[in-house]
Design a protein around this ligand. Structure first.
Ligand code: NAP
Length: 320
């Protein structure tokens, strides 16, 4: 089968398509025929080798994907050949025609969700779910600022929050991204490249501020987030790509809480709860993974470049 292999850490071009032997699933393993693989920023960090969870070489990238169960090990109880699934982790990587996953990595993909959409389920929706509900404890009637609402996690957060009865404010920097935020349920959208957007959001909330901020670029925004945060507000740091000078008094004055979160740290109960909520949301249709751009598997280097360097408007997906 064809798979992307990374034989050395480095720039996107280290990802090359190779012929790889197809493995047999054993024990609780499931062999999934991957119809679409989701590209996430973390895939690019892992490829450079400097991430805390950097894999051993050589490896095939990708945790997110969607496809059909091909065969199962003799210890598998929840899935059978022919089942439609999304992956939430993979033993052998999802940038490939087939992927070995543990059955605990899999969720059922309802018929109303395409494989391309399914490739954008796990990391974005589980991250947004954990940030909103397992960290910030966001409640109906509150106001949330999704600071970076045009990408995978941001649009997922908009959909979750809207369905939960929150007032949702999004930010994006392109017209396409702003429209995507509105189309997915944001009540208002601001431009995070506008220096004044913090005060504009504060005005929009009648100067009360937002109760929750889901922060996609904390090194740029954390200091100024407090300009539009309500008293007793909660900020969840989801994305960060550098350092920031920060005045802790701001948190003190507002009795605010700053949470850090990484999906890598979620425990079994949290992951199970996320799978259950995602299953419900997909089948009821209030979760609809927005596909932005699709590329053939061989264009994985281009997909990695675009997810970091271009404006977001939904997920980037690879088709093996
Ligand atoms: P993505 O699809 O590439 O989207 C990136 C988002 O960041 C876009 O909405 C982009 O908006 C926005 N952004 C750019 N500049 C910004 C700014 N100055 N202020 C606020 N937002 C800004 O990536 P993603 O999958 O949504 O992930 C978002 C971030 O979360 C990444 O850093 C990723 O590594 C991280 N992440 C963390 C976890 C975790 O467990 N903690 C899990 C998944 C992802 P425009 O393109 O419209 O400018």
């Amino acid at each position: 089968m064809k798979a992307i292999l990374v034989r050395e850490f480095g720039p996107p071009e280290v990802m090359k398509v190779e012929d790889v032997e197809l493995a047999e699933p054993t024990g609780t393993q499931v062999l999934v025929k991957i119809e679409a693989a989701g590209v996430n920023p973390v895939d690019t960090y892992l490829r450079t080798g400097i991430h805390a969870h950097a894999p051993n070489l050589p490896y095939t990238p990708g945790k997110d994907g969607a496809g059909v169960v091909q065969s199962v090990g003799d210890g598998v109880t929840r899935f059978k050949p022919g089942d439609r699934v999304y992956t939430a982790g993979s033993v052998s990587g999802t940038y490939a025609e087939y992927s070995i996953c543990d059955e605990s990595h899999l969720g059922s993909l309802p018929e109303n969700v395409s494989f391309e959409e399914g490739a954008g389920v796990w990391t974005p929706y589980a991250t947004a779910y954990r940030a909103l509900f397992q960290k910030a404890d966001a409640k109906a009637g509150e106001t949330v600022l999704v600071h970076g609402a045009s990408g995978g996690v941001g649009l997922a957060a908009v959909q979750w929050a809207k369905n939960a009865g929150l007032r949702v404010i999004g930010t994006a920097s392109s017209e396409e991204g702003k429209q995507a935020s509105l189309d997915n349920g944001a009540d208002a959208v601001f431009d995070h490249t506008d220096e004044d957007h913090f005060s504009a959001i504060h005005e929009f909330t009648d100067r009360k501020g937002v109760d929750v901020i889901i922060e996609m670029l904390a090194n740029v925004n954390l200091e100024r987030d407090f300009e539009c945060l309500a008293m007793f507000g909660r900020i969840v740091v989801v994305g960060n790509r550098g350092s920031v000078e920060f005045t802790p008094r701001q948190a003190m004055t507002k009795d605010a809480t700053i949470y850090g979160m990484s999906l890598f740290n979620a425990g079994k109960d949290e992951l199970d709860a996320a799978h259950e909520a995602i299953g419900l949301g997909l089948s009821q249709g209030f979760l609809k993974p927005p596909v932005g751009r699709t590329f053939p598997l061989a264009d994985a280097p281009r997909a990695h470049t675009e997810i970091i360097e271009t404006k977001a408007a939904g997920k980037i997906v690879l088709i093996p």
